[in-house]
Write a protein that binds this ligand. Structure first.
Ligand code: SAH
Length: 510
């Protein structure tokens, strides 16, 4: 429940950093965790075909891959050889951007250390298209760091040849994003070929050069050109260096920030000293990231999976619509002064400009009252009138009202006082509107609410008693089509409150 768990995480990460691969006990322990974490990732992938940014799944996966990255340098060739396939498999699932970067990073580091694993890597490009879809972008992103991967290889030409052949195929994919990633990789690999003068490719030179030229010179201001620019400026291709940026700061702060992971997941470097004073081993020099990376701002190109979509326009938007979980005071970033926010809202209490009064004195059920309280608060009614203020203490009321009673003036008017109260409001200029199905009710779709409206809701069983109906200016009913004879009273109230609000908003816009 408490998401601010940096303290615990920092201790756990530091503990992992202190482990030593040459100690057999440490080694088995790390290998065991590594496998369990990979299994965890797979489990999350399996349970959801789609998981959303800032979901629990996203946070879990993100932490899984951060931890794997920490452990990676301590593992030996034998072990890595056995589990690399699992890492590749993870690259095939639909992942959020932050998770993808970590997977790609791990693949690049593994291939850099053990270029003999490249053969396994090439296999990833030969699955059938149905399985690959846009997850191929993950593997193409790895190829865009091919210079780093080949650093340790004396005989670079065969690998380059293979890379060129693989990447060229994807430059013709029907999916626009896939083509973009393939072109970025092609540009890098072709540059390397030129430097090393790979003779076999001499014949290809004019074709590839003119193709690359074509992309660079895309006309106009269209999407294609913009996206080509964006992807090339993207930090993962333009600035990020998988070896030089291997640091606690990059893993736990910078990448999460650049990939727009929820802010409370970013762990700043200072916490690694503050939360535990155990020093890391001298061999561990990777605290800080390079300033080039640290100073970057999140770019507007988001590296995301686009499912099976092959159209060019919807590929960017498909992932972006998710539920908003609004925490009002969190919107007022950067520095959130809770005290101020609450004072502000308290000052507004009772001073709402709304001229809508909701009268629920006839309602008996705490659940309906609690629900109405929440709805009235959200739409900024100026007051909710209840038969007794004792309801506020009711557990069920509180459960439904989710503390809305603290932000909305509640007024007590007993049912016996209602006639007088309604008269008084009438004198103040309010139109007294009965929310009820009567022979003379207006249809809600045709009723135009006056600015000063008072809504009187009926009792759950009796509705609005006949003697009160005489005192009303008008009745409004919600047209029904089904068999059940009436709506729930909170639902009815909510629909009228919404319609009132809607009409006022439209008036304000005019
Ligand atoms: N008169 C109803 C009783 C209760 S429904 C009956 O005997 O069937 C409880 C309250 O919900 C009503 O008093 C009214 O305020 C509201 N309500 C329910 N259905 C409604 C509708 N279709 N239009 C307007 N108000 C409705």
């Amino acid at each position: 429940t408490n998401r601010d768990d940096h303290n615990v995480r920092v201790c756990a990460i530091k503990f992992l950093c202190l482990l030593d691969g040459s100690n057999t006990l440490h080694k088995t322990f790390m290998e065991d965790i590594f496998i369990k974490l990979l299994d965890k990732d797979e489990e999350v992938s399996r349970s959801r075909t789609r998981y959303y940014a800032n979901s629990l799944q996203h946070r879990i996966k993100n932490r899984v891959w951060q931890t794997l990255l920490i452990l990676l340098p301590k593992l030996d060739q034998n072990f890595l050889c056995g589990i690399l396939d699992k890492v590749f498999q993870a690259g095939f699932s639909n992942n959020q951007a932050s998770v993808k970067y970590f997977i790609e990073w791990i693949v690049i580091m593994s291939l850099h250390r053990y270029p003999q694993f490249l053969n396994k890597f090439w296999d990833c490009f030969s699955y059938d298209e149905e399985k690959l879809k846009t997850s191929i972008c993950t593997f193409l992103s790895v190829l865009s760091h091919f210079d780093i991967i080949l650093q340790n290889t004396p005989e670079k030409k065969p690998a380059l040849k293979k890379a060129l052949i693989v990447v060229l195929q994807w430059c013709f994919n029907h999916n626009f994003s896939v083509r973009l990633y393939a072109l970025v990789a092609l540009k890098k690999i072709w540059g390397m070929c030129r430097m090393l003068h790979v003779e076999e490719f001499e014949a290809l030179t004019p074709v590839i050069e003119s193709s690359l030229q074509q992309v660079e010179n895309m006309h106009g201001t269209g999407n294609a050109r913009r996206n080509w620019q964006r992807i090339q400026d993207h930090f993962f291709f333009a600035t990020f260096h998988p070896l030089k940026d291997y640091s606690l700061e990059a893993i736990f702060y910078i990448l999460p920030r650049l990939s727009e992971l929820a802010e409370d997941e970013w762990i700043s470097l200072s916490k690694f000293d503050r939360f535990t004073d155990i020093p890391l081993p001298p061999a561990f020099q990777w605290y800080h990231s390079r300033t080039e990376l640290r100073d970057l701002k999140p770019s507007d190109w988001s590296q995301q999976d686009m499912g099976s979509s092959s159209s060019e326009t919807d590929s960017q938007t498909e992932w972006t619509d998710v539920q908003k979980k609004i925490i009002p005071w969190k919107n007022s970033t950067p520095s959130l002064d809770l005290e101020m926010v609450f004072q502000d809202r308290a000052a507004k209490l009772g001073k709402s400009n709304s001229r809508l009064i909701v009268v629920a004195s006839l309602i008996d059920k705490p659940t309906n009252l609690g629900g109405l309280c929440r709805t009235s608060e959200i739409f900024g009614a100026s007051a909710l009138v209840v038969g007794s203020l004792h309801y506020i203490q009711d557990k069920q009321f509180q459960h439904l009202s989710v503390s809305a009673e603290q932000w909305l003036p509640l007024v007590e008017v007993k049912p016996s006082q209602l006639v007088d109260y309604l008269q008084q409001k009438k004198n103040e200029g309010y139109t007294i509107i009965g929310v009820e199905q009567t022979a003379k009710s207006f249809d809600l779709t045709e009723y135009c609410f006056p600015e000063k409206s008072l809504l009187l809701l009926g009792n759950e069983h009796e509705g609005i008693p006949a003697n009160l109906i005489h005192h009303l200016d008008v009745c409004v009913e919600i047209p029904q089509q089904g068999i059940i004879r009436s709506l729930n009273v909170h639902v009815s109230g909510a629909l009228l409150i919404w319609e009132y609000t809607r009409q006022q908003v439209i008036k304000q816009k005019q």
